[in-house]
Design a protein around this ligand. Structure first.
Ligand SMILES: [Zn+2]
Length: 384
């Protein structure tokens, strides 16, 4: 598992929800993380009440009436997306350098190095397919988690475009006013192949989470099996006690028969027969229970384990073709009068596509190991 797993972020979720609600004609009054939303009469929506409150983030776990939480796993987001996708399904978005700001890499932000200028030179147009997946992990019994993952793949090379994944919910609202690029032109086969590949990647990226839920579910199943075993053990003890008391009753009845007169004797024999019958029943039940206990109650275990088995579903919600320009960005860096140009591969909406190495130690410059100086040479945090 790498950190290539880009979850849908809270800010992207809020940006999408706001644009989508506004596209429906809703008015939104924002008070920090709380939005008061009014939906106009006749708005094209089935799932929203006339007025409601949105609380952003997961802080409040018991929302008040008429309040919806908004976060990547929230019911509201899933409903809005479902509706948006139904209204404007797979589309096409064109990203150009005119309409999209240049996104500087994380490793350039902060520090003493100043970015004087950044200029993008487009070399060619590329297509990407961005697929929004709904992932649900559930067990038949109780546990359920649902969340979204975005996968963006270059249509030709299959290269994973992390920046586009991060930006996707920001650049689309699945409404007619998204920067529209007309009809998708990627072939059906190509799209299918990319969606399949995206699905594989999502499963890969959420594998740790799947394992975690799996462990939780196994623990719950183990506890249930143990509880059942103890209950049955208790039942065995009860049956053993009853068996013992019936056995001594049977012994007593033998004594009564030996000492009785003719009439009483008939009655006593009848009773003895009854006790014997009960005792036999009990013996069978007990030995059956003991046998199943010694085998570990296989049927019951199977049933419990099945109930706690995981069901992982990764289903594509939408697939959007994104046309983007690819080329190079020349960044002019400055520090204490020293100016140093840096040219790196870049895609619009995708961000920097090259890795940059520290010229001193050769380590890759990343958000964890940012560029901290250009005096002398390009210096990373590790070796500066
Ligand atoms: Zn270095």
């Amino acid at each position: 598992m790498t950190d290539a797993s880009v979850p849908v972020t809270q800010s992207a979720v809020e940006s999408f929800a706001e644009r989508y609600l506004r596209s429906l004609g809703c008015t939104i009054e924002q008070r920090g993380d709380t939005w008061d939303v009014s939906v106009p009469e006749g708005a094209d929506t089935q799932s929203l009440p006339d007025e409601f409150t949105v609380v952003c983030g997961t802080e409040s776990d018991s929302p008040e009436e008429n309040t919806e939480l908004l976060h990547p796993e929230s019911r509201l987001l899933h409903e809005l997306l479902d509706e948006a996708v139904r209204r404007t399904p797979a589309g096409r978005i064109n990203l150009t350098s005119e309409s999209t700001e240049i996104e500087l890499p994380e490793w350039l932000r902060g520090g003493d190095v100043e970015v004087r200028n950044a200029e993008f030179a487009p070399y060619y147009d590329r297509s990407a397919l961005v697929v929004l997946f709904r992932v649900s992990i559930e067990t038949v019994s109780e546990y359920q988690r649902e969340f979204l993952r975005v996968v963006a793949l270059d249509a030709r090379s299959g290269e994973s475009l992390e920046g586009l994944e991060r930006n996707f919910l920001r650049i689309t609202s699945f409404t007619d006013d998204s920067p529209s690029g007309g009809q998708p032109s990627l072939g059906r086969e190509n799209v299918r192949g990319l969606v399949d590949e995206g699905q594989r990647q999502v499963v890969d990226r959420v594998q740790d989470l799947i394992d975690e839920v799996h462990e939780e579910a196994s623990r719950a199943a183990d506890a249930e099996v143990e509880e059942f075993r103890q209950m049955q053990q208790q039942r065995i003890r009860e049956l053993e006690e009853r068996h013992e008391s019936l056995s001594s009753k049977l012994d007593e009845s033998r004594a009564t028969i030996d000492a009785s007169e003719q009439v009483e004797r008939v009655e006593a024999l009848k009773q003895r027969k009854q006790i014997k019958g009960k005792l036999e029943e009990l013996t069978t039940e007990l030995s059956d229970l003991r046998r199943r206990r010694d085998q570990g109650f296989p049927e019951r275990q199977k049933e419990i384990r099945q109930r706690h088995a995981l069901d992982v579903k990764v289903s594509p919600l939408t697939a959007t073709q994104v046309e983007y320009e690819r080329g190079e960005v020349e960044i002019e860096l400055a520090e204490e009068g020293v100016i140093q140009p840096l040219t790196v591969g870049y895609g619009i909406g995708v961000g920097v596509t090259d890795t940059v190495q520290c010229t001193v130690c050769g380590r890759e410059i990343t958000s964890q190991n940012p560029l901290v100086s250009i005096i002398g040479e390009v210096n990373c945090d590790e070796c500066h």
